[in-house]
Design a protein around this ligand. Structure first.
Ligand SMILES: Cc1ncc(COP(=O)(O)O)c(C=O)c1O
Length: 458
């Protein structure tokens, strides 16, 4: 985990197709001063991504200043569901700026009212309240707070337990990171809240026992009784796979939460807004959560997140005591409304569903060819992943995932750096506007890059 990409300019073969163009050394030598300035001025944690200095991004294409263009399979980390720089989103931002209102704190605005109405209209019935925030971490942190406050209200001071999942991710703030399950990234939390625990996530690959009884036993083994649990927070699919829990498991979880007055939050920060071929990914389970956390793809651009939920859970804090300075910034609201409406109008969720078999088939072909180093592939809608292994062992292989992504970059296909608890996953997440032809071209590039990376393995 945590390997850096080389920034030494490299001669790479010329590429020229409808979707990709690589015509210079990569990275371009003239981009180095910018990369070096960032390395000097930012913490090293910011160095993880492929060293391409983005100049412009349009729909499914990323451009640098030097005539190169990449087919984008990152969506800027699952943000640009409606495409990069969607004209409607850009226009909505410009129009909002031109109204003269670009900030209003928590004072009322038409934009916040309109977006809240739009979000509740796309949420399941009963989830009728919306709290707008800025980042996904803030939304999950808020869900933890609401769950705990609700637990105390209905069950007293001992009903404060929060259950997250091993290998899960809900953000990098104190509560959200504790509820996540990236054990290796939590070393800074020296006084972990003992009432926040993680249970084994039933992904069927790293955790092969996917029974609900195992979950119950794990909760008990970690010293928590159901009557002391206030909330469960779960990614609708675990981002590191992407991996879904078994449908039956989540239905039992919903029933267990109902039985014990536990708030169930589905974290849709990366899964929402059509990504998986359903508008919300929890729809795959046929359940309705009490709270939805969302962000990223909500606006396809500017920072905005939301908690959407049942009034009984959302209405626990007195006026003025659950707010945020930038909550529902009007420009961000305008961008979000344009993005959500575009996703709905242009049936992008349906496009994601239609392309799922193409993506899954492409990944399975790569796995079949390299079964000893590609342990697990998965795809739902337009999010997919390929988990790499040390040859012949069920051990994560960060170096191989890294090398595949680097080779894709040299060929004009842009992915973000490997994800997963051990940095073993090559993750695929193009904008939902991608046509089938571009998807197929990307898959052949990924196959080629994998062949070369495997051949180059020590
Ligand atoms: C499932 C999930 N939850 C929460 C977050 C945190 O969002 P943010 O980075 O906007 O704080 C992320 C970000 O990757 C995420 O994938």
């Amino acid at each position: 985990m945590g390997k850096e990409f080389s920034i030494t300019p490299r001669d790479v073969p010329h590429v020229e197709t409808k979707y990709r163009r690589i015509a210079t050394q990569i990275p371009h030598p003239d981009s180095l001063p910018t990369i070096e300035k960032l390395r000097e001025l930012e913490p090293q944690s910011m160095r993880g991504q492929p060293p391409i200095v983005w100049d412009k991004a349009e729909d499914i294409t990323i451009f640098d200043k030097y005539g190169n263009r990449w087919l984008d399979w990152s969506s800027g980390v699952l943000v640009t569901n409606a495409g990069h720089g969607a004209p409607e989103v850009k226009q909505a931002i410009i129009d909002q700026v031109n109204t003269g209102l670009i900030h209003n704190y928590c004072f009322p605005s038409e934009e916040r009212a309109e977006l809240a109405e739009l979000l509740t209209s796309v949420a399941p019935k009963g989830l009728g309240k919306v709290f707008l925030l800025t980042t996904g971490s803030e939304a999950t942190e808020c869900a933890i707070k609401l769950s705990r406050a609700h637990g105390i209200k209905v069950g007293g001071n001992k009903k404060i337990g929060i259950i997250g999942w091993e290998r899960g991710f809900h953000g990098r703030t104190l509560g959200s990171q504790q509820a996540g399950g990236m054990a290796g990234q939590k070393s800074w939390i020296v006084n972990e809240d003992p009432a926040i625990i993680t249970a084994p996530f039933p992904d069927g690959y790293w955790q092969t026992d996917t029974s609900f009884e195992t979950f119950l036993a794990a909760v008990e083994a970690r010293g928590m009784k159901p009557e002391n649990v206030a909330g469960v927070i779960m990614e609708s699919y675990q981002g590191v796979g992407p991996d879904f829990a078994p449908v039956e498991f989540v239905r039992k979880l919903r029933a267990w939460c109902d039985e014990h007055q536990i708030v169930l939050t589905m974290d849709e920060v990366q899964a929402g807004f059509g990504r998986t071929g359903k508008f919300w990914a929890f729809e795959h389970y046929g359940i309705v959560p009490d709270l939805i956390c969302c962000g990223k793809g909500i606006s396809s651009s500017l920072p905005l997140s939301a908690v959407i939920g049942r009034a009984e859970v959302m209405d626990q804090f007195a006026p003025g005591s659950m707010t945020s300075t930038h909550t529902g910034n009007p420009v961000c609201c305008a961008a979000a409304m344009a993005s959500v409406r575009k996703i709905l109008r242009e049936h992008m969720t349906e496009n994601a569903a239609a392309l799922e078999p193409v993506l899954l088939d492409g990944l399975r072909k790569i796995q079949t060819k390299h079964r000893d180093v590609i342990g697990h592939v998965s795809a739902r809608g337009l999010v997919g992943g390929m988990q790499t292994l040390v040859r012949g062992k069920k051990e994560p292989n960060h170096d191989l995932a890294h090398s595949i992504i680097e080779r894709c970059m040299w060929k004009g296909l842009l992915l973000f750096s490997p994800v997963g608890a051990w940095g073993q996953t090559v993750k695929i997440a193009p904008p939902l506007s991608i046509p089938r032809e571009a998807m197929e071209e990307g898959l052949s590039v990924l196959a080629e890059a994998t062949d070369e990376a495997v051949a180059a393995m020590a």
